[in-house]
Write a protein that binds this ligand. Structure first.
Ligand SMILES: Nc1ncnc2c1ncn2[C@@H]1O[C@H](COP(=O)(O)OP(=O)(O)O)[C@@H](O)[C@H]1O
Ligand SMILES: [Mg+2]
Length: 475
């Protein structure tokens, strides 16, 4: 009974075991007392009426004991009840009741006889009505041709003859009970099997997942609760698949991104060891190159640190009111240099009346920096990078537009996934594929969002929206 199947069957059968016998007993009782006994009494009265009618048609039998005996023999043989012919003053003329056979001709003390004769009405005593007798009885006056009572027909039916019919009803009810129980077990079993199947499938899938088999979604079938479980399982599978994907990308990017600067560093050190240190100009050049590579690795590590921090817990923002126009103009100055170093045209369009924002300036600097550095990185020399800003209904927007390589539509969602790098960006330097994912999380923590529009070969526009009205209780 520890399995779902056993319990379900039990839960179907227990009410049956308790309820059906109770109902059965009550039903049998009602049926026997209210229906069967009553109908037996009715039947008895009907028989009495027929016998009385027959006896009235042959009045001579009432005066001839031999004919009376013949009549009782003939009629009584067809009755289930005992028949008695009594004269109006109670003398027993004939009977087929063995108990009275030796009282033939005697005057019996039959209760109600006189009443029947006087009132000329049928007297009926139902089962159990007269204590001690245990039988139903009908006394019916027989009216002669001269309209006086020539005798009384008495029919008695002992309860035993009625009870003889009860076992049949009882067996029937027992069968119905047993049938009901069997159906209960079957229904419980079918339901349990139906319920257990998807659960078992889910369990199997979870074990397979634990053993490291490839993950597949399960069909969401079965009762609502099971379906919810399966849906949750599928969501979990999906999440695990994403995690696995980003783990693979992380490793691939790490190997790639660490390998390149390490290779450069190794060549430089080998050159230095091999005697290049003697040449002052060459040494300086090599050392500067090495410094550059180390800085690249440093930036890589910064991104990873950010990711590590985010993995540790929710982002905590140190919000302060920031005059965004002034702040932006200062921030952009540092990027202008990087853009111009690469030979890009740098333009800015920042209105000086942008509203004050409550933000964590360091985090927004990082988010904006990731977007601007991408614009610079993915735009070829001679191209253009423009940063503008403005206010919407409830937000301030900051827009970074470039005339770079662009992003194909199908990649525009994926570029925000951690470690995702577009295939065409492989030929561009340094990148873990983390910049946009970090930027999106930082901006989202401020209640804002980042949108991208891009046409491959033409350029990309990233717009960062920051809400002005903020629910400060949030952070
Ligand atoms: N301004 C841009 N122009 C073209 N492609 C871009 C631009 N910004 C981002 N991308 C694409 O999005 C990918 C993810 O960007 P990011 O998360 O910053 O990673 P990374 O710069 O390290 O590659 C990049 O690899 C590149 O394919
Ligand atoms: Mg980047």
């Amino acid at each position: 009974m520890r399995s779902l199947r056993g319990r379900l069957i039990l839960s179907h059968v227990i009410p049956l075991i308790i309820v059906i016998p109770l109902v059965g007993v009550a039903l049998t009782y009602l049926l026997e007392t209210q229906v069967l006994l009553a109908s037996s009494s009715n039947e008895l009265e009907l028989q009495a009426a027929l016998v009385a009618a027959a006896a009235a048609q042959n009045p001579q039998i009432w005066y001839n004991p031999v004919q009376a005996a013949a009549f009782v023999l003939q009629v009584g043989g067809r009755l289930s009840a005992r028949l008695m012919m009594l004269s109006a003053d109670g003398q027993l003329l004939a009977t087929n009741d063995p108990a009275y056979r030796d009282q033939l001709g005697e005057v019996l003390d039959v209760p109600g006889l006189q009443e029947t004769v006087l009132t000329r009405q049928t007297l009926r005593v139902d089962y159990g009505e007269r204590p001690g007798t245990g039988a139903a009885e009908v006394l019916m006056p027989v009216i002669g041709p001269t309209f006086d009572v020539i005798g009384v027909i008495r029919l008695t039916d002992p309860l035993s003859s009625v009870y003889a019919r009860f076992p049949r009803t009882r067996t029937l009810i027992l069968w119905v009970l047993a049938g009901g129980m069997l159906i209960g077990v079957l229904v419980g079993w079918v339901l349990a099997v139906d319920l257990a199947r998807p659960l078992r499938r889910a369990t199997r899938a979870v074990s397979q997942m634990a053993e490291g088999h490839p993950l597949s979604a399960l069909p969401e079938q079965g009762p609502n609760e099971v379906r919810m479980l399966l849906r949750a399982f599928n969501a979990l599978t999906e999440q695990r698949r994403d995690l696995e994907k980003s783990r693979q990308r992380l490793l691939a990017n790490l190997v790639h991104e660490l390998g390149r600067p390490l290779g450069a560093l190794l060549s430089a050190t080998q050159a230095l060891v091999g005697g290049a240190a003697q040449d002052v100009a060459l040494r300086t050049e090599l050392l500067e190159g090495m410094e550059g590579q180390i800085k690249l690795m440093r930036r890589l590590l910064d991104d990873l640190t950010q990711l590590y921090d985010q993995a540790l817990g929710p982002l905590e923002l140190a919000r302060k009111p920031v005059a965004i126009s002034l702040w932006l103009i200062q921030e952009l100055a540092t990027w202008r240099e990087a853009a111009q170093d690469k030979g890009l045209h740098w333009q800015t369009d920042i209105p000086d009346d942008l509203p004050e924002l409550h933000i964590d300036a360091d985090r927004i600097r990082q988010a904006l920096g990731n977007i601007i550095s991408n614009a610079i990185k993915y735009t070829l020399p001679g191209g253009e990078v423009t940063v503008s800003a403005g206010t919407g209904a409830k937000d301030v927007w900051i827009r970074v537009r470039d005339t770079g390589i662009g992003i194909p539509p199908e990649e525009q969602v994926r570029i925000f996934e951690p470690f995702y790098r577009g295939p065409s960006s492989r030929r561009f330097p340094q990148g873990m594929g983390l910049g946009l994912s970090i930027a999106r999380d930082l901006v989202a923590a401020h209640g804002g969002r980042i949108e991208v529009e891009s046409t491959p070969g033409v350029g990309s526009t990233f717009t960062l929206w920051l809400p002005v009205m903020l629910d400060y209780s949030q952070n």
